[in-house]
Design a protein around this ligand. Structure first.
Ligand code: GDP
Length: 315
């Protein structure tokens, strides 16, 4: 974790045509804007470099759709040079052929300048579509892109597709998957979570960035959307409570990652005044949230019911 902070920030480029939903996505995911308020957002008209202050330290570049890669105004080496992932947003409720042409041009430019970039396509605003139509749209977009790239001689390019909407958790899940691929420590984190799950008889563990509700890692059992959603809702509840009734934790807030890391080993340090919260649900399941460090990244756990003996909480 400390190495991630010391390393250069993995940069995400958020790109897509005007009105495709880019500003809404970054406002909802990184600034906690309620989805309905995005109706009044001004459309993106320029490149915005938006540093996001959270555990991950990444940046989102909100990028206007009207870019010509060949007119020489953009330094593509710099633009794509240290980019980790390109997120290309397509409005699935609108005519998308032109958006696809732009996507294909972008992929071609990426292949010339930095083929290591992960290419992630968000088929966005799918809240208005029926399940069948969603899948048809995805199939159509995949097919057209595969054909076009083959015609361009780029058939080896790997592209990930995600169906997203700001009106449900799909946008957070898609971001989680995008971010996880950029984490060199993912395997280690996953192993640690596997150890935690088996030693503490927990059903599912997530490592969350609570500010964005993106999960940075999880144990290797499959993610079921409901577990993710309930953890995500629980984070909202705890954060709201903390905002109203939380107290200034002084020193702990300014403790370095190194201090936090060394403190995890000794049991007495578990009594540090960090955030934790437990909630037992109607179905016997128990949610346990525990903050890991000042970047407010707790484990968020779902122990198997009945949780006996319960997890030892800090005194
Ligand atoms: P940008 O120009 O790409 O930054 O697009 P905006 O973020 O300004 O979004 C354009 C419009 O799309 C706004 O009215 C948003 O409310 C709407 N929008 C964004 N995301 C979604 C979504 O997931 N579902 C629906 N139904 N509308 C969305």
């Amino acid at each position: 974790i400390s190495r991630v902070r010391g390393a250069p920030r993995p940069r995400l480029l958020l790109q897509g045509q005007r009105r495709s939903g880019k500003s809404s996505i970054s406002s909802v995911v990184f600034h906690k804007m309620p989805p309905t308020e995005t109706l009044f957002l001004e459309s993106t008209t320029r490149i915005q470099k938006e540093p996001v202050n959270s555990f991950m330290d990444f940046q989102v570049w909100d990028f206007p759709g009207q870019i010509d890669y060949n007119d020489g105004t953009f330094d593509l080496e710099t633009l794509f040079g240290d980019t980790g992932a390109l997120i290309y947003v397509i409005d699935a409720q609108d005519e998308y052929l032109e958006a696809l042409t732009r996507l294909h041009q972008t992929i071609e430019a990426i292949q010339r300048h930095n083929p290591a970039i992960n290419i992630e396509v968000f088929i966005h605003k799918v809240d208005g579509l029926s399940d069948d139509f969603k899948l048809d749209t995805q199939r159509d977009i995949v097919q057209r892109t595969t054909d076009e790239l083959a015609d361009m001689g780029l058939d080896g390019v790997h592209i990930n597709y995600h169906l997203t909407s700001i009106y449900d958790h799909s946008i957070f899940e898609a971001f989680s998957k995008v971010i996880q691929k950029l984490l060199p420590e993912l395997g280690t984190l996953e192993n640690l979570l596997n150890g935690l799950v088996s030693n503490c008889r927990i059903e599912k563990a997530f490592l969350f960035d609570v500010l964005s509700k993106i999960y940075v890692a999880t144990d290797s059992s499959p993610v079921d959307v409901q577990s993710y959603e309930i953890c995500s809702d629980y984070i909202d509840v705890v954060l709201d409570m903390t905002e109203i009734y939380g107290y200034d934790r002084g020193e702990l807030e300014v403790s370095t990652v190194e201090e936090t890391k060394s403190s995890i080993g000794s049991s007495e340090d578990w009594s540090l005044p960090d955030q934790s919260s437990v909630m037992k649900l109607q179905n016997g399941m128990v949610l346990f949230l525990r903050e890991i460090n000042k970047y407010e990244t707790p484990f968020h756990l779902l122990p198997t019911a009945p949780p006996s003996p319960p997890l030892t909480l800090p005194s």
